[in-house]
Design a protein around this ligand. Structure first.
Ligand code: FE2
Length: 176
């Protein structure tokens, strides 16, 4: 099931300390340092795992901070929900699995510019992944999972996402 991210109106209060974390994200200029920041997420921010939202017809997106320089957001995926294959435009992205098990598919373009799955791996709670600009991937909570998948994403600069069908030359902009 392909889903488009939406924001849910019922939001749990966020833990204190996000402002300092946002300043840290804005100061990280390399993908490696962004990944390291998420890998050493302070313990007082781990309750963010309970702050993601969910809804039955789509995975959800809760923006914690948004500026031209960086975006920090939570995503919630019920069992069976997934993103479409997408890239992040010019942004570097690192994300951490806060709850559940994430399946990440990475995609490549073949010689005919078709977007094809190149790899698919499972990542346990606590895993941190890094995505270079231009990488095409999708994130999935398996249908037989028993829990909400929650991921915390940090982008520098703000992403301009394009989504892809697994078919030739079929791309559309979803966010400026
Ligand atoms: Fe992504």
């Amino acid at each position: 099931m392909m889903t488009i991210p939406t924001t849910h109106p019922l939001l749990r209060a966020l833990p204190h300390g996000l402002e300092d974390f946002a300043r840290d994200v804005a100061a990280r200029t390399s993908l490696e340092s962004l990944r390291d920041l998420l890998a050493t997420l302070p313990a007082h921010l781990l309750p963010l795992a309970g702050c993601a939202t969910s809804q039955p017809n789509s995975h959800t997106r809760r923006v914690l901070l948004e500026s031209p320089e960086c975006v920090i957001e939570l995503r919630g995926y019920l069992p069976g929900q997934r993103t479409m294959p997408h890239d992040h435009g010019p942004a570097r992205c690192a994300f951490r699995v806060l709850a559940g098990i994430a399946i990440e598919s990475r995609h490549e373009r073949d010689a005919k510019c078709r977007v094809m799955e190149a790899a698919c791996d499972r990542f346990l709670t606590g895993s941190v992944l890094a995505c270079e600009p231009g990488l095409i991937h999708s994130i999935i909570n398996e249908a037989f999972s028993s829990e909400l998948l929650v991921t915390l994403h940090a982008f520098r600069p703000a992403p301009r996402m394009a989504t892809y069908d697994l078919a030739p030359h079929d791309t559309k902009e979803t966010r400026e």
